[in-house]
Design a protein around this ligand. Structure first.
Ligand SMILES: Nc1ncnc2c1ncn2[C@@H]1O[C@H](COP(=O)(O)OP(=O)(O)OP(=O)(O)O)[C@@H](O)[C@H]1O
Ligand SMILES: [Mg+2]
Length: 453
């Protein structure tokens, strides 16, 4: 592993005769060196500057070097840290390592020796940080995906996740109304499976225009169509070895359904304009909030694909059919969203929650709790009952002819979704996305800024 940029080092040493030449030496070797002769000043500096490395003398006038390392690493845990001492002490060295200090050097030493150790320490840091980052994000993912609920249903879904996580060769189909947890369950299956360290990619089949969906899924070769200046991999190739979540599969156009079926049967894909088939090994999870059996009857969804997907399937019930889960979920979201503050639901809040039908299901419950918390920060009280009466989901529900509820989204939500779709298609390129949307880049930036708050 290489240390890529000009590393910024904070050097803490009370002996000026040693400090100044060392600073010059480090600068001559391309580092950016800041100095401090007191622990207190170093702590102050570390509040304003982000460092790649701390080099600390063990004997400082106002604090022991190890204790200073502990303070500095508390704020900047990613920094590489090296302690220098004239009096080596094994116990102290061990303690330093436990605190996250990477290296220990015994004085006196030649500047070149220090240079070697700095490079080694920085490389070790990269390795350590990469590993920690990786573990951290996996851990975070797993924390985020715990399935809350004490109903019989919640238990069943946990068992289903475990089973599905260990049957990698069988595709999974998740159905249920909007907001019931399909996307969450899809992630849970991936992150509990043996391929959890491999990619988990999502394609929202409803959000991508038919003309682009094939390119998104299978990629294309250079020159396959006008504008295809370079060849590009599709998500099937990108997700190789991992999981591909085909969300809103009920909205997938019929011709594309045939192609998905072909991949499931053969384990091979063909890029648009490609000559040969490419082998891929991808676990497929599909989800839809549509009544897929109805779609099959109406010939809007291929029955052969449906049967292929439905081997391992689960229908997530609406929240109103498992009211025992409402309070545990509400308390979970309160804990999760309250940033360390402690809130309790009043008996009236609980009653209002349990008696409400939640047409937007768990997502609506989460929104209500989130808004209650924001309002309580301003007003100091949680007013869940009031919020339920004003829930936008409530007004936006209209019954269609068949009697099924369908949420009618507010305009801003539709715009937001459309913009995100454009960004996805252009792989995050804002200039391209603005062009696609027919708006100026500044409008796009303004919207994104607004939504990021
Ligand atoms: N049992 C659960 N425990 C904890 N959180 C949940 C549970 N079920 C759903 N959620 C949360 O509720 C929200 C909505 O869930 P999710 O996005 O998975 O719904 P969905 O079924 O995919 O909806 P849509 O059909 O609109 O895509 C998410 O924030 C999710 O984390
Ligand atoms: Mg979803």
């Amino acid at each position: 592993m290489k240390v890529k940029h000009r590393a910024k080092i904070l050097l803490i040493e009370d002996d000026r005769n040693f400090l100044m030449p060392l600073k010059e030496f480090l600068e001559s070797r391309g580092f950016e060196a800041h100095i401090s002769s007191k622990a207190r000043d170093a702590i102050e500096l570390s509040r304003h500057e982000l460092y790649d490395m701390f080099i600390i003398d063990q004997n400082l006038p106002d604090m022991e070097g190890i204790e200073l390392a502990k303070e500095l690493l508390y704020f900047q845990p990613g920094a590489a840290t090296l302690i220098m001492t004239a009096y080596p002490d094994v116990k102290k060295a061990v303690r330093a390592m436990r605190l996250g200090v990477i290296n220990y050097m015994i004085k006196p030493f030649a500047p070149e020796e220090l240079l070697d150790e700095i490079i080694k320490t920085l490389e070790l840091r990269e390795y350590k940080n990469l590993r920690e980052l990786h573990n951290f994000s996996l851990r975070k993912e797993r924390e985020k995906i715990c399935i809350i609920g004490k109903s019989r249903w919640a238990q069943e879904i946990r068992e289903f996740i475990e089973m599905a996580a260990n049957s990698l060769d069988t595709p999974v189909l998740l159905t249920g109304e909007t907001g019931t947890g399909k996307s969450l369950v899809a992630r849970a299956i991936h992150y509990n499976s043996p391929i959890r360290e491999k990619p988990f990619l999502v394609v929202n089949c409803a959000a991508i225009p038919e003309s682009l969906l094939e390119a998104e899924l299978f990629g294309f070769e250079k020159g396959a169509f006008t504008g295809a200046e370079k060849s590009r991999k599709g998500v099937f190739e990108l997700a190789n070895g991992g999981t591909l979540f085909l969300d809103e599969i009920g909205d997938m156009p019929i011709p594309m359904q045939a192609k998905i079926l072909h991949v499931l049967d053969s384990g091979r894909i063909r890029r648009i304009g490609g000559e040969r088939e490419i082998k891929v090994k991808v676990r497929i999870i599909a989800a839809t909030n549509k009544n897929i059996e109805e779609l099959v009857k109406k010939k809007e969804f291929r029955s052969d694909l449906y049967y292929r997907l439905a081997v391992l399937s689960f229908e997530l019930p609406p929240l109103r059919n498992r009211r025992e889960d409402i309070i545990p979920l509400a308390e979970h979201f309160l804990r999760q969203l309250s940033r360390g503050n402690h809130y309790e639901l009043s008996p009236e809040d609980k009653e209002a929650l349990v008696n409400y039908d939640f047409p937007g299901n768990v997502r609506e419950l989460r929104n209500i709790i989130e808004r209650a918390l924001i309002l309580s920060r301003r007003k100091g009280v949680l007013s869940i009952k009031e919020l339920i009466n004003r829930s936008p989901f409530r007004e936006n529900i209209r019954k269609d002819e068949s009697g099924t509820s369908e949420r009618f989204p507010p305009l801003e939500e539709v715009i937001k979704e459309h913009v995100h779709r454009a960004l996805k298609i252009t792989r995050g390129n804002k200039t391209e996305a603005a062009k696609l949307l027919g708006i100026s880049i500044s409008t796009l930036k303004r919207w994104l800024k607004k939504w990021s708050n």
